[in-house]
Every structure is written in C-alpha cells, then in structure tokens.
Design a protein around this ligand. Structure first.
Ligand code: GLU
Ligand code: ZN
Length: 500
C-alpha cells in the first residue's frame, strides 16, 4: 500500500478555530504515523470573506502547535484546473448550464406539486435544454435519479444517501467561478488524497463529493472519510465565535503552552484508553486511531484545559518555567530580573494559566494596595501583626526597627503602588535567621498565643505582605522579599489598622 496522503483544508475566513486545530492535528498524526504526507490547502476562493492576515494566522497557528506540512496549495491560484473540470463535466454530460431564476423554479414547483412546494429544490428543468455556457448561467451537476451513495466513514460507519434527495447542485457560479464542492473534490483528486478527515458539518455534502469524484476521475480510488465530532461548550451548544472563546490565539495569549494545547486537543473525541491523558507527541503519534474516535459531541472544557496546562507548567525545568513565565510578569518586574527566579519554584507548583501570574507575584514588585477588604476578613490582625513584628525582630540577624512607615501622613492610608526601586529585596541566607522555616515558626508561635491555628494565623500577615488573602506559599515569599521589606510592609499594615 502506498503511503497515505492527508490534507488540512481551512478557509481563511477568521481567526484560527480550536476545532481547526484538532482537525489539523488528527490529520497530521495519521500522516506521520503511517509515513505519509500532510498537505496544507488554503481554500481561499471566497474573495469577499478571505483575508491575507488569516492565511498567515493559519500558518502561525499550525507552527505553534508543532504541525509541519509537506506541501502547500492555495485554491485561489488553481482556477484553471477547476475551469478544466467544468469543461470536461459539461462535455461528458455530467453537468449542464441553467438560466432559471429562483422565482422560475418556485413557480414550476408550485404548479406541479401544489402550494407549499416552494423550496423543493431545483426541478432539473434545464437538464435537457442543452444550454451553452454564458454569463449568469451556473453549471449544475446532473445527479443520477436513482440509487444511493454510501459514504465509507471510519468514524460514522456507512451512512447512505438516496440520490432522490440530492438535487442537481450548482458546481460553478454564473461568473464561471468554482463552487466549494467542485474545487474541494478536484483538489482531492489532483493531490492524491487518500483520507479526508474533517468536521462533521461536511458529512451531508459528502455524497455530492463522491458523485463528482466518480464523474471526474472514475479510475481514481475514492478516499476514505472521517467526519470528526463537533465541539460544544458547557451548555452543550456548538462552539461558536459569538458565544465562546474559539480562537487558538486567545488560548495562546492566556498562557496555554503549545504542548498542553496539543495534548488537550488530541483528546477531544478520542482517548488512548484507560484514564491516560498526558501524551507526548511521539506517544500520540503512535496511539492515535480514527477508528476509536467517538461520534458524540466533544466538550471543550476550559477548566480541564487549564488543569492540563498546570501539569505541563509543573513538568518544566525551573529555567524553562522562568523563560515561559517572564513575558507574563507584572509591571516593575523588568527592573528586577533576579527576583522572579527565586520565587518561581513556589509559583510553578500551583499556576495553571500564565495570565494568573501577576496575581501571584505582583507583591514582589509592587506595594500591597487596596487591601482593606482583605484585612477585614482576617483573624486578630492587630495582635498578629504586633506579635509577628516582635517575633521576627527576635530572630537572629535582625537590625532593629529602623524601617518605619512614613509617619502620620495621608499617604499611609491611600492605596499606592510603588514600583521597583522603592522596594529593597534582600538576599539573606538561612544563617541570618531569615528563612521560610524560621518565619513559619515565628508566625505559628504568635498564632498559638492568640488561639489561632497556622492557617488562620497567617491571614493578616499574608495580607500585609501581599495585599491578598490567597497567593503563593507565604513564608517562602517572605524569605524572597527579605527581612527589611517584610518588616516595612508589616509596619505599614499595622499603622493602617490604627491604634486599636
Ligand atoms: N474548507 C473547508 C472548511 O474550512 C474544509 C473542507 C474539507 O476539509 O474538505 O470547512
Ligand atoms: Zn434551469
């Protein structure tokens, strides 16, 4: 058996859809798995809806997913081939020209079949008229009157279509340009395509494609088809760009890693079996089977995608993590490039989307602000802050109390964001008494004295240090921030609480 040839045939009518990503990936996997070729065919014959930037978007998206292609074609450059096909189909009696208006057809249908027979479809009126080509005359395919066409579909079995239900469909417009179905089939024949893997919305057109194929190239073996299941949102509605985030680019901007995206996409309607989910490219190439794809709609689950992305983030080395995360750091970070790497291991453990990174680490670069609500939810904030300040001052290496908030001014109470150089991130080592372990003991001890378990005891401290009630591990964060900066923030927070 000669190696298979597959194609991905997107129309550049908008941003690259995640469903297109899955279709491209599945085609690519079969081609690579079976030592075949993978063709990119841009179906850009609809000049009004196509834009050049979207053609580029297709290539960029595929490269981002790690999908390479062996050949590339554009339908807009192949009009001559479609013109030849029209001539041949007409000459062979497989197609005929038609000059009917919609009103003509409706009128005849009603006359023949009674009221309500409008929209019955084309009545084959011109089939025997022998019209010559001319402006405004579309070319129609002469569908056989009897019989059925069976689609051999790897996923859907053998759906069959009654020819009586297929009208004499238009294959070329009145201006001589090819309709989608004609260009699509001419190209599949010409490119030697052996497997057509595409969205299920194309299934109903497939019998027309088969009839055309048999008329155009009776000696060329038909491809096998695989119509892949539709993607739906949480409400089980088809993913649409009006309702849902569908552009691959949006997920990329959110900080989904390409490896995570590819892994997530491969599982939309297919599973390698068991509860296995994390697959390398090599593993999915080996394991993927169209035969195992389901027909039911596949739920595009953002929560699961984010979870999977978290797994991929955690699997990175710390150097790789710092590299992919750095573009997502908040304002002020670029002035202190050595800070994030120290915090990175603690953030990496829990992050799912890189766009959540600023929430996790902005305290490293900016004074906590807008924290009044946060502190209000904390237990014994005055006692905890006073106690922790004293306990930290008692740790070895303390330098006294020279770090004080700006005395008695309005600035203490107004939310401020201080960027970069105002902060002084230190680099004490554990031997100076400033380590996560020692800070933890200090907070735990003060908490116990106030009847609070650690989880509650650290609340006020966390808010004073980070401005938030949740975030990365607090004591590690404090170690990274350094003693002077932590004491400054604790005092600032304490001053804001007033003389309670
Ligand atoms: N150009 C079609 C689309 O974007 C794909 C047709 C096909 O794969 O056969 O939906
Ligand atoms: Zn007609």
């Amino acid at each position: 058996m000669s190696p298979p040839r597959l194609r991905f045939a997107p129309s550049p009518t908008g941003f690259f859809h995640v469903g297109s990503g899955r279709t491209a990936l599945w085609n690519w996997l079969i081609a690579r798995q079976q030592g075949g070729q993978f063709v990119l065919r841009i179906e850009d014959t609809d000049l009004e809806r196509n834009r050049e930037e979207w053609v580029d978007g297709i290539r960029v998206a595929m490269r981002w997913l790690g999908l390479d292609w062996d050949e590339e074609y554009r339908q807009s450059q192949r009009a001559a081939l479609y013109g030849d096909a029209m001539l041949r189909l007409h000459a062979d009696g497989h197609a005929y020209y038609c000059d009917c208006t919609r009103a003509d057809v409706d009128g005849r249908n009603v006359a023949a079949l009674g009221p309500g027979a409008e929209n019955r479809g084309y009545d084959r009126h011109c089939r025997v008229r022998g019209l010559t080509p001319g402006a405004g005359r579309p070319l129609r395919f002469a569908t056989p009157r009897d019989g059925i066409t069976i689609v051999h579909d790897i996923i859907r079995g053998e759906p069959s279509f009654d020819h009586g239900e297929i009208e004499d469909f238009v294959i070329a417009r009145g201006d001589g340009s090819a309709m989608f179905i004609l260009a699509n089939v001419v190209d599949d024949v010409d490119m030697g395509i052996t497997h057509v893997v595409r969205g299920e919305e194309h299934l109903s057109n497939t019998p027309k494609g088969i009839l055309l194929w048999q008329a155009l190239a009776p000696d060329v073996a038909l491809p096998v088809w695989a119509h892949v299941p539709v993607l739906v949102n949480a409400q089980r509605k088809k993913l649409s760009k009006r309702r849902d985030k569908v552009a691959l680019e949006d997920y990329r901007a959110m900080g989904i890693l390409p490896d995570a995206m590819r892994n997530y996409l491969v599982l939309l309607g297919w599973s390698p079996g068991g509860d296995r989910e994390i697959l390398t490219v090599d593993e999915m190439t080996e394991l993927f089977r169209l035969e195992a794809v389901v027909t039911s709609p596949a739920f595009f689950d953002m929560v699961k995608l984010a979870h999977m992305n978290g797994e991929y983030l955690r699997a990175l080395s710390i150097e790789e993590f710092v590299e992919v995360a750095t573009p997502y750091l908040p304002a002020g970070a670029s002035a202190q490039v050595d800070v994030f790497p120290k915090m990175a291991p603690f953030v990496q453990e829990r992050l799912r989307l890189l766009t959540d990174l600023p929430n996790q680490v902005d305290f490293l670069y900016n004074d906590p602000y807008a924290w009044e609500d946060a502190i209000a939810s904390c237990k014994a904030p005055v006692e905890m802050l006073d106690g922790v300040l004293a306990a930290l001052a008692a740790l070895p290496g303390a330098t006294g109390t020279e770090v004080v908030p700006q005395a008695g001014t309005g600035t203490v109470h107004s939310p401020t964001v201080v960027v970069g150089p105002a902060l002084n991130i230190a680099t004490e080592s554990a031997t100076t008494g400033w380590s996560a372990a020692e800070i933890r003991v200090a907070v735990e001890t003060v908490g116990a004295a106030n009847g609070l378990k650690l989880a509650k005891a650290q609340g006020a401290v966390r808010v004073a240090i980070t401005g938030r009630t949740i975030g990365p591990p607090l004591f590690e964060a404090m170690e990274v921030l350094g003693r002077a900066e932590c004491e400054r923030r604790l005092r600032l927070a304490r001053a804001r609480l007033g003389t309670a």
